[in-house]
Design a protein around this ligand. Structure first.
Ligand code: G4P
Length: 281
């Protein structure tokens, strides 16, 4: 599974991130709970050095509940503070603030030793496109004044906003680039909507998605499209069943597979198929 991606974009985003991260004391990396491995950034740790990082597993409402808990334990076990959030309605956001405050404690202690008092801790949200950064910032800031910014390179009009006592948030997120060299990661990013549809083969993505759903979540497929899956049904058979059930037909009565591809991708991205975790813990 291939993604068309330009290395120049990555170099620019990395430089941008390096200069932005210098401004902050704590970083919140947002991951998509459906794809915690694929939505993490390969180079962030190098850029951060010893700067504290808190992981926010977002979109838990769309992920498999049991798998999210396994992921949570796994991340905790690796020594990183982690919170699960669903920032669209604002679930878990308070806990995230507490986790950031806790992560900042060593920094504050260091300042105190140097005699620095009452200095606000500065925090920044980073993550790959579409993971929910702007939504979280809007939640934290409390007003709808942050525009969605998918492009790396937003420096004009950046602002620090106090979100809790002694805690200031940069009101523009840091946009990270994901790793594209691993085909399974490319697939995960494509189906969850982290990358735009024009840089991958949609039909191939949906074939892989259906293959995964047939193996791991057949019941959800059957329920959503009112089809019955038989033992041994492959992706093509299931696509054909969905086409018939949904009336995806061309004028001559042939199955309109393009339409099925569009339908499944749209339903999956909107969470209408159910709650799934693509990356296995
Ligand atoms: P970004 O800044 O990281 O790029 O992401 P942004 O906040 O713009 O959020 C991307 C989409 O994800 C938005 O959907 C947003 O509502 C949705 N989203 C954010 N957090 C959550 C969450 O916890 N749960 C769910 N279910 N959705 C969440 P959108 O406005 O419909 O945009 P799009 O999907 O049409 O791109």
């Amino acid at each position: 599974f291939k993604i068309q991606w330009f290395p120049g974009h990555m170099t620019k985003a990395k430089r941008m991130m390096e200069s932005q991260i210098k401004l902050v004391d704590v970083v919140v990396e947002m991951l998509d709970a459906r794809i915690p491995r694929s939505s993490t950034n390969p180079m962030l740790q190098d850029i951060l050095g010893s700067k504290p990082k808190v992981i926010a597993l977002n979109k838990i409402d769309m992920a498999d509940k049991a798998q999210t808990d396994v992921w949570l334990e796994k991340i905790k076990h690796s020594g990183l503070p982690v919170c699960k959030i669903d920032c669209a309605p604002g679930k878990g956001v308070k806990q995230l603030i507490s986790a950031v405050q806790l992560a900042a404690k060593p920094v504050i202690d260091k300042w105190l030793k140097k005699g620095v008092r009452n200095r606000p801790v500065r925090v920044m949200i980073v993550g790959i496109p579409n993971v929910g950064k702007s939504t979280l910032i809007n939640r934290l800031v409390g007003k709808n004044k942050v525009m969605a910014a998918d492009k790396p390179g937003v420096t004009r009009g950046q602002q620090w906003v106090t979100i809790a006592k002694g805690l200031e948030l940069l009101d523009t997120p840091g946009v990270l680039w994901p790793k594209f060299d691993d085909p399974s990661v490319g697939f995960a990013l494509a189906v969850t909507g982290a990358i735009k549809e024009d840089v991958f083969d949609r039909e191939q993505a949906v074939e892989l998605l259906l293959d995964l759903l047939i193996r791991k979540y057949p019941q959800d497929l059957q329920n959503k499209y009112a089809v019955s899956l038989e033992q041994g049904d492959d992706v093509n058979a299931v696509m054909a069943k969905i086409a018939v059930a949904r009336g995806c037909l061309k004028s001559g009565g042939q199955l309109d597979i393009d339409k099925v591809v569009q339908l499944v991708l749209r339903d999956f991205r909107a969470g209408r198929l159910g709650r799934f975790t693509i990356d296995e813990p």
